[in-house]
Design a protein around this ligand. Structure first.
Ligand code: FES
Length: 573
């Protein structure tokens, strides 16, 4: 018979010596009884709650519900905070801090007497950051996704959080919207607790963790305000205790097959391009070889099954009522990898056999998809030697093959200063080129790639143009937008060398993006290029700039790739 593995927490609480006394005694000031320290699984509830992260503002309540489940199953819960990344308030961009929050999570888990982990997540970066950190420790881990907001309604129309942001300039220019109109819209958009209610980055991340096998089946699509969200949170508390007893660690679930399932699922739900960066970084932490071309090879031929904004018309609440991700995963069964395990101990492909679709205008079938091919296209060419991405399902068909003259902005500040100047030489066939928004350049690679079109073209009725940059795009946005150009302009990539009037050719079908200038001219420009001055001389930001990888590698810090396990050999004294 196999020897029962002793609990990690016993190394802290099981000792009869001075340190055993210290570890137990100070916790006693909370009134815990003796049996808390007698070999029960100790579960850390890693909470990204913060009043500054409104999407996660309900997670204190949820932690209490998770605790109920842990106690019922015979475990001992300890809730702990980690750095919370609120998408709408943090400057210059939460992406700058994703890796910092992952370090916080990793070290908080490893340094404490924990046997299993529950990650409470919601707003965009709170999912990948905590999961990256947890992967580098590799304990049994389950994710409790905070859930989307209920659908908003504004003047009789359904309105998605995030989507309204991209219409503000157009509404002002074309419909004469005033500040009072926007004040009214603000409350209509954010109608309940939860994160953005489109298939934006937060919903993409929640769907991703379920497809990776890290949530209880069906959990990710439930709105935050629905009572079933708390029900599943309680069940997750029970399940993590069992996972500790079964020693079901992250690395047993997060195999290459699980990552392939996440890519296929992301294509079918029309998920955010941000998934590429985060999933690549997570794979790097758990030791799975995942490269940028994998996203195209595995996802680009997968049909779009889900009619949700920004690619379609419905919202996450509708998705849940239609049956949610379980229906999509059941439909995708012939495409999914069979061997991927999930937190309930079963294979992903066996978890959704009973799912039923209740609204065929929200969730389509493989036979009759909403769009034949979705996913993300990975581009190559002299403008992006290490790759760039575009989301065809959110782009305009007539621009998928396009050659146009570059209108170059050297930075976001330059863009804001000049985009609406009447004399700007730009028309609907121009290609807007935005530099200096990559990982090192901004720094932090903000979601600005889908910059607004110039006012004068909006008034002419132009709704989309080709835009290219080394930045990212919000998962709630749409347009013919080429993103994540690598190498980025700040490191001297070809993007840095583009000048006004140069011809740029995009061909999504051929997967190419090229700057059409003679090679000699390109070489001369390269030789004359000088790097910009560093934007930070100290602190975390300097460390970030010095060590961040390029977008095609997931923009993790180079020294954080991989993991250090859960063992800590030295005690307090
Ligand atoms: Fe938090 Fe969109 S702002 S999920």
């Amino acid at each position: 018979m196999a020897k029962k593995k002793s609990l990690r927490s016993s190394e802290w609480f099981g000792g009869a010596d001075k340190m055993g006394f210290v570890h137990r005694s100070w916790l006693r000031n909370q009134g815990y009884p003796d049996d808390y320290f007698n070999g029960k699984p100790v579960i850390g509830i890693c909470n990204t709650w913060s009043e500054l992260t409104p999407c996660n503002g309900h997670l204190r309540d949820f932690a209490e519900v998770v605790k109920r489940g842990i106690l019922e199953a015979g475990g001992v819960p300890f809730e702990f905070p980690v750095m919370s990344l609120g998408e709408t308030l943090m400057r210059p961009t939460t992406m700058l801090f994703r890796n910092l929050a992952s370090m916080d999570t990793e070290e908080s888990i490893r340094a404490n007497p924990l046997d299993g982990i529950v990650l409470l997540t919601g707003c965009d970066k709170t999912t990948p950051s905590t999961l990256m950190g947890a992967c580098s420790v590799d304990l049994p881990t389950i994710v409790v996704p905070g859930g989307p907001m209920l659908s908003g309604r504004f003047r009789g129309e359904k309105i998605g959080s995030g989507s309204m942001n991209w219409m503000i300039k157009e509404k002002q220019q074309k419909e004469g919207y005033t500040a009072a109109d926007f004040t009214e819209a603000e409350v209509c958009v954010a109608r309940s607790i939860g994160h953005c209610n489109t298939m934006g980055t937060a919903s993409t991340m929640a769907s991703m963790v379920e497809a990776l096998g890290l949530t209880l089946p069906g959990f990710s699509s439930i709105p935050a305000a629905d009572s079933r969200k708390k029900l599943y949170a309680q069940l997750s508390g029970r399940r993590i205790v069992e996972m500790v007893r079964e020693d079901l660690t992250l690395s047993q679930i997060l195999t290459r097959e699980a990552f392939e399932n996440a890519i296929i699922t992301n294509a079918a739900v029309g998920g955010s391009t941000n998934l590429i960066i985060h999933l690549t970084a997570i794979a790097g932490r758990i030791g799975v070889d995942l490269k940028l071309p994998d996203f195209d090879a595995l996802g680009s031929k997968v049909p779009l099954l889900v009619n949700l904004k920004p690619s379609g018309k419905h919202l996450m609440e509708d998705f849940f009522y239609a049956g949610g991700l379980p229906v999509v995963l059941k439909e995708l069964k012939p495409l999914l990898r069979e061997n991927a395990l999930t937190v309930n101990g079963k294979k992903l492909t066996n978890n959704y056999n009973e799912a039923v679709c209740y609204d065929t205008d929200v969730i389509y079938t493989l036979e009759q998809p909403l769009q034949k091919e979705a996913g993300i296209a990975v581009l190559k060419g002299n403008l992006c030697e290490n790759g760039a991405v575009i989301k065809p399902s959110a782009a305009s068909q007539h621009l998928m093959k396009h050659t146009g003259k570059a209108v170059v902005f050297e930075s976001m500040e330059d863009y804001h200063e000049r985009i609406d100047t009447p004399g700007l030489d730009i028309d609907k066939n121009s290609v807007i080129v935005l530099k200096g928004v990559g990982p090192k350049g901004y720094p932090g690679m903000p979601e600005v790639g889908n910059v607004d079109l110039p006012k004068k073209l909006i008034l002419e009725g132009v709704t989309d143009m080709v835009r290219i940059s080394d930045g990212r795009m919000s998962g709630t946005a749409a347009g013919t937008v080429v993103l994540h150009i690598s190498p980025e302009s700040t490191t001297g990539g070809t993007l840095a060398l583009v000048r006004n009037g140069d011809l740029i050719a995009l061909d999504v079908e051929k997967r190419t993006l090229n700057l059409l200038i003679p090679e000699k001219e390109l070489a001369d420009r390269k030789a004359a290029w000088t790097p910009p001055a560093p934007v930070a001389e100290r602190g975390y930001v300097k460390m970030y700039i010095d060590h961040v990888e390029q977008a095609d590698k997931g923009a993790d810090l180079d020294f954080l790739t991989g993991g250090s396990g859960s063992t800590v050999t030295r005690d307090l004294h």
